[in-house]
Design a protein. Sequence first.
Length: 125
Amino acid sequence: MNHYIQEVIDAHVAIENWLGKGEGDLQALQARFAPEFTMVTPGGKTLNVDSLSAFFLAQRAAKPGLNISLGEITVIAEWPAGAVVSYSEWQSLPEQENSQRYSTVIFSKTGSDLLWLRLHETAAA
């Protein structure tokens, strides 16, 4: 399997475990994101690596029963120092309506390290 696709899957497993069960290593989760990381949320808010870290810290085990499913993971472009990957994401919580979003991530690669550099999420209509 392509290592960028595997990283998308692995990161979402770690996020699901952290937010849903409070399990995992916060430092390892945060280490996936480049210092210059930025994200546009489905609601249009922009986060940097510090605000994302604060979110993770505040939301540990805040979503019991969270399930994240991924689909349509596609490497749009790949070059020696990174890649662009798109994917669909569904989040479900017990007794709540499921949410779906479409995401595009730009990865930076240094040696064997893959870092999330830019993430843009759009809520499905």
